[in-house]
Design a binder for this molecule. Structure first.
Ligand SMILES: Cc1ncc(COP(=O)(O)O)c(C=O)c1O
Ligand SMILES: N[C@@H](CCOP(=O)(O)O)C(=O)O
Length: 464
């Protein structure tokens, strides 16, 4: 299987090379050259199978014979053995025909663990085979960073550099990152927003001399290795609700568009998904885009769902590529316009194509708090604020004969202050994180200056 860049100017790569590259050399994102197809019989066969077995069946369609079957299976088995729930991502019925897909049973209590536990092991394997070391970079609004640090800590093949926006994560998220003291882990608190962190990471990838010198690789969902692992839970969830014999809808709390794009991939591979509903918080650029046809940046407001305080939704570029029938020149032009004028108009046919697959809604701050409070009052279920954004939107779309699954992307204990204020209940951290507030922290504060950031990474990496 080959992977092509959404901007068409970078060479097509194998799975392993695309995973190590992260971002394509032309600034685009890698997507598979064609979508592997599963028949209804293939999908039906997943019923009752362990998560790791389904993961192997899906992921191996992208790795082909590049990674030996037994090696891939062992990587996947080890990745999902880290989860505290035997189903990895269990379904819970919240109200009639509306289900939560709990994705927070991994080591750092957010859905990022599902992909990151796989990505760290597959990267370690690829680098080990080639006798290489790499510098891993990532931008985080809190969850990607903690999951990546936990997954890559102590690995000999990689040094990991995570940029978070100073003061804009929850305290639990920050401590989950800064209290990991392994020597290959480097936390950078950037004076800026998440978008500034993400811009800095993309600029490093586009600075080719630096990229090659430190052998840069990425762990954000720009990396295809993240998306491929996120496709799996759409299959497991849909199958346990009756797919392929039944259509299922999904609502996804959305920021960088990676999670919901994985749902789109599952649909392209043959899973009968009806609606894919984008749920945004007050930073609602994606809902506005679907409504107006114009992708327009307007500044980021801090919210109680900080991991979604984003306006440059990286993976929207992958969807755009599909929506313009894979015309990389059009994507390149639209992305250049975005950079120059902080917005672009979607071609009409692309907007129509997107509207056929996606719907969108927003849960603002007041409604997020109300959703947490009411859901707890009604049935005793404590939602984290990101999941509450999803549930708030899903309730506008649920209530048909088609089951609705809302992705529960984080555990409420990652956001105790916001959850306690809304519900009156302080969610407790699990035992293994019980002493998080007593652990010493290590973090470097850096100005939002590309040279300073690259100097810091260049001076600490073992890959140069
Ligand atoms: C808890 C949580 N929910 C939702 C999201 C949004 O997911 P995505 O960026 O894949 O759209 C994030 C961040 O990515 C998150 O950390
Ligand atoms: N919400 C994310 C932002 C980065 O998203 P990613 O999925 O592209 O890594 C976070 O928690 O850091």
């Amino acid at each position: 299987m080959q992977f092509v860049s959404t901007r068409g100017q970078a060479p097509a790569l194998s799975f392993s090379d695309a995973v190590l590259a992260g971002l394509a050399a032309d600034g685009g994102l890698y997507v598979p050259k064609s979508w592997p197809q599963l028949t209804p019989a293939d999908i039906a066969d997943f019923a009752g199978k362990p998560y790791a077995e389904v993961a192997y069946a899906i992921i191996s369609r992208f790795t082909g014979d590049e990674i030996a079957g037994a090696t891939l299976r062992s990587i996947i088995d080890r990745a999902y053995a880290e989860f505290r729930h035997p189903s990895v991502a269990p379904l819970v019925e919240l109200e009639p025909n509306h289900f939560l897909l709990e994705m927070f049973h991994g080591p750092t209590l957010a859905f990022k663990d599902v992909a990151m536990q796989f990505l760290s092991r597959i990267m370690d394997h690829i680098l080990g085979e080639r006798g290489l070391k790499a510098s891993i970079v990532g931008a985080t609004s809190g969850d990607t960073g903690s999951a990546a640090i936990e997954a890559f800590r102590g690995r000999d093949t990689t040094d990991i550099f995570i940029l978070h926006p100073r003061g804009r994560t929850s305290e639990v998220q920050r401590r989950q990152m800064t209290t990991v003291l392994d020597s290959n882990v480097h936390n950078i608190a950037l004076e800026g927003t998440f978008d500034d962190c993400q811009d800095a990471v993309k600029a490093m990838f586009n600075h080719h001399a630096f990229r090659d010198h430190v052998r840069l690789s990425g762990v954000n969902s720009i990396n295809w290795g993240r998306i491929v692992a996120q496709i799996v839970y759409y299959f497991t969830a849909a199958v346990s609700l009756g797919a392929p014999h039944r259509v299922i809808n999904f609502t996804v709390p959305t920021g960088n568009f990676g999670d919901i794009f994985a749902g789109y991939c599952a649909k392209r591979m043959g899973l009968p998904i009806g609606q894919l509903v984008i749920a945004t918080n007050a930073n609602d650029i994606l809902r506005r885009t679907l409504e107006t046809g114009r992708y327009e940046m307007s500044g980021v407001a801090p919210t109680i769902s900080p991991s979604m305080d984003i306006q440059i939704s990286s993976n929207f570029e992958r969807l755009l590529f599909e929506a313009v029938d894979r015309d990389a020149d059009v994507v390149g032009r639209l992305m250049a316009t975005l950079k120059q004028s902080r917005g672009f108009d979607l071609p009409e046919q692309a907007l129509d194509a997107i509207r056929r697959e996606f719907a969108a809604g927003t849960t603002d701050e007041a409604k997020t708090r109300r959703t947490i409070a009411e859901t707890y009052r009604r049935g005793g279920y404590l939602l984290d604020p990101h999941t509450a954004v999803g549930v708030g939107v899903a309730r506008e779309f649920a209530g048909t004969a088609t089951p609705m699954v809302t992705l529960a992307t984080a555990h409420p204990a990652k956001f105790p202050a916001a959850v306690a204020e809304a519900s009156g209940v302080e969610p407790a951290l699990p035992a293994w994180l019980g002493d998080l507030y007593e652990r010493p922290e290590r973090v470097t504060v850096l100005a939002n200056d590309q040279q300073i950031i690259e100097d810091f990474i260049g001076s600490r990496t073992r890959a140069a």
